[in-house]
Design a protein around this ligand. Structure first.
Ligand code: HEM
Length: 406
């Protein structure tokens, strides 16, 4: 019997460890129809990269998930139909990307290093002062959300609310992809957040500061400003695209290190910024925080040994592409010293992750601070053997990770 006979993205076994299933898909069914998403699944490196490189053939607009279009899913209420970076194609995408990319220039990001370090150091100190601690709660989750809040210019008095909105929207998005519905609590959070973002966007439009919202609402050098709805949609996108992904990367890095004592020892012997960056890069490949991305085929396309029909939904498994032995030899081996060039975890082509430089700052700095204060961590007794990966299939990382110094 093949592993694929009962393949379903939401099956607990697949969710727990999808990699053996991905290997079967790559070998036996590189183009695979899944009822669980009503999508054609591509799993080989070459096919995944091809889809992401060809936005004219594979659009990011009006993608049906489980047969439902974004406006039918209604996952973010009024914002579902607002265009943002990830759900647009050129030329709209080109305009939006031009507008917001100013805020993510590598130089601007590298200037944030002292703050990222200070925050990481404080969080690590507080977390490791306890005998047993949840790494996700103590470091992996608060670090990215705090940095985004500061970047956007969310007022200190509203930071707690911001974290609550972020958590709520994140779980709501995962749930609504499955059910097409959003909980009352999430709808309330979205409403509160949108009202606040509108208020702050208006304040910054009248009186700009050095933050991201001010940048987005001001026109400059011929670049036109975002509308209030676009600002909201972008802020939500940052929350969803930028927070849980980085949180997951940190969680997956720690899991990989603890499960690979030799590699952990290698890092302990040389806890440099470069080595920490190498661990983050290899974790991106080995256990990608983003499992798959969706597109809509704009015409019939021959791919993966079959035909992808026009208007169908395509799911490209970046996590599987990263394990394709045609691209990465011995892909199941976690090896921070390998060449990770070409990893698809940040996507590829025009939608390549705008936040990649920020993640590439946050993850190594956080790991380095952790190695400094707590170089030897192991699972705490209360950590169940089976990791809880939550309900989202598209984003992968532990919900909690109980550790202790060993
Ligand atoms: C796009 C992954 C962190 C903001 C993307 C895409 C991927 C991705 C795969 C492409 C989506 C597509 O092609 O449909 C990740 C991973 C991260 C991470 C794995 C961390 C480990 C961040 C951060 C931010 C961010 C920290 C911002 C603060 C964005 C934005 C886009 C994007 C705005 C849309 C770009 C576009 O469509 O042109 N990300 N991301 N991401 N990401 Fe990230």
């Amino acid at each position: 019997m093949s592993l694929l006979d009962h393949f379903d993205f939401f099956h607990p076994e697949v969710h727990n460890n999808p990699y053996p299933y991905f290997a079967e898909l790559r070998e036996k069914a590189p183009l695979f129809w899944t009822k669980s998403l009503q999508a054609h699944v591509l799993s080989r490196y070459e096919d995944v990269a091809y889809v992401l490189k060809n936005p004219a053939l594979f659009s990011s607009v009006d993608i049906r998930v489980n047969g439902m279009r974004p406006q039918d899913r209604n996952e973010l209420g009024e914002l579902s139909s607002v265009t943002n970076l990830v759900n647009s194609d050129p030329p709209i995408h080109t305009r939006l990307r031009g507008l917001v990319s100013r805020a993510f220039l590598p130089k601007r990001i590298s200037e944030m290093e002292p703050r990222v370090r200070e925050l990481s150091r404080g969080l690590v100190a507080e977390m490791t002062a306890q005998g047993e601690f949840d790494f996700m709660d103590g470091l992996a989750s608060p670090l990215p959300v705090t940095i985004i809040a500061e970047m956007l210019g969310i007022e200190i008095s509203r930071r707690r609310d911001f974290k609550r909105w972020s958590d709520s929207l994140m779980s709501a998005t995962a749930e609504s992809l499955r059910t097409g519905k959003m909980s009352e609590e999430a709808t309330r959070s979205a409403g509160e957040m949108f009202a606040y973002m509108k208020e702050i966007a208006e304040k910054r439009r009248l009186e700009p500061k050095g933050d991201l919202i001010s940048l987005l609402v001001q026109s400059s050098e011929g670049v036109e400003a975002l509308s209030p709805a676009e600002v909201n949609s972008f802020a939500v996108l940052l929350l969803i695209a930028g927070n849980e992904t980085t949180t997951n990367l940190l969680g997956n890095s720690l899991l990989a290190l603890i499960r690979h004592p030799e590699q952990y020892e290698w890092l302990r012997n040389n806890p440099s910024r470069e080595a920490c960056a190498a661990v983050a890069e290899e974790t991106l490949r080995y256990d990608s925080p983003v499992v798959g991305l969706m597109r809509r085929a704009t015409q019939d396309v021959e791919l993966g040994g079959g035909k992808v029909p026009a208007e169908s939904t395509v799911m490209v498994l970046v996590a599987s592409a990263n394990h394709d032995p045609r691209k990465f030899p011995n892909p199941e081996r976690f090896d921070p010293q390998r060449d990770t060039n070409g990893t698809l975890s940040f996507g590829h082509g025009i939608h390549f992750c705008l936040g990649a430089p920020l993640t590439r700052l946050e993850a190594p700095v956080a790991l380095q601070e952790l190695m400094e204060r707590a170089p030897r961590l192991g699972f705490a007794s209360r950590q169940p053997e089976r990791i809880d990966y939550g309900s989202s299939f598209f984003l992968r990382g532990p919900r909690s990770l109980w550790l202790r110094k060993s």
